[in-house]
Write a new protein. Structure first.
Length: 249
């Protein structure tokens, strides 16, 4: 076919077919972009999920067979949970005898929030690392660093009922603490799961109100209504004298 015949043949092609071909070509490119974009989004999602799983595994506290159907991990994003509880009424004397508590003075080194997942039922708490300075009762020694399970997470703006004292705790504070001593019988059962508390902390508070006396920037914080005989105390030295008197009886 010479050049004239080729030109004549081309001129006979209906312009609409040319337009359709152009539109098809553009559509094909767009479809390719869509497919590539979808693949990239799926890859990003997979990476995010894998990173989340790896982060949870890294932050998870290893438990033994003494615990079942439960996981415990450190978390920087504890969820707010509404709680309602009523404290058991205890006299001042009973606060020192009702539970098997250690009593020591120390400085809070760190506070780390944790998530307890009882077979799908999630609770949020915190673990305080405390450097012991003076021991009034118990087997720990001055210079030891002990861990205490708190009944709530600790963070600015986060508060649950019956945790007023513990919620004031911050790293660097000095205080006198009266936590329960965990042993092999200290087990938390919930939603078909069980947690041996000794595996995550040495001690734990019976509640978040009555078992800590804290030196804060705003003064001495403790449950003054629970300790009426020292309700006007302003220093830890006064609390120390009171405690020594109570445990000597």
């Amino acid at each position: 076919m010479n050049s004239k015949k080729f030109s004549d043949a081309m001129s006979e092609i209906d312009s609409k077919y040319v337009d359709e071909a152009i539109r098809y070509k553009k559509s094909g490119k767009k479809l390719g972009y869509i497919r590539w974009g979808a693949s990239a989004a799926c890859l990003a999602f997979i990476i995010a999920v894998a990173a989340s799983i790896a982060d949870q595994a890294q932050n998870q506290i290893k438990l033994s067979d003494n615990s079942s159907n439960v996981t415990v991990r450190y978390t920087s994003n504890p969820l707010f949970t509404q709680s309602s509880s009523s404290l058991i009424f205890l006299t001042e004397e009973e606060l020192f005898t009702y539970f098997n508590t250690a009593i020591f003075k120390g400085r809070i080194l760190s506070l780390n929030n944790i998530e307890l997942n009882f077979n799908g039922d999630k609770n949020y708490r915190a673990i305080a690392e405390i450097e012991v300075e003076t021991v009034y009762r118990g087997s720990c020694n001055a210079g030891d660093t002990v861990s205490v399970l708190l009944p709530c997470p600790v963070m600015t703006g986060f508060w649950t009922e019956d945790t007023e004292t513990v919620s004031s705790m911050r790293a660097g504070m000095t205080g006198i603490f009266m936590p329960i001593i965990y042993d092999d019988t200290s087990v938390r059962e919930q939603n078909g799961a069980s947690l041996a508390l000794k595996e995550i902390a040495d001690y734990g508070f019976a509640d978040g109100v009555r078992y800590a006396f804290l030196e804060t920037q705003d003064g001495l914080v403790f449950s003054r209504s629970s300790y009426e005989s020292i309700s006007d105390a302003t220093t830890l030295d006064e609390i120390e004298t009171y405690i020594l008197n109570m445990i000597s009886k």
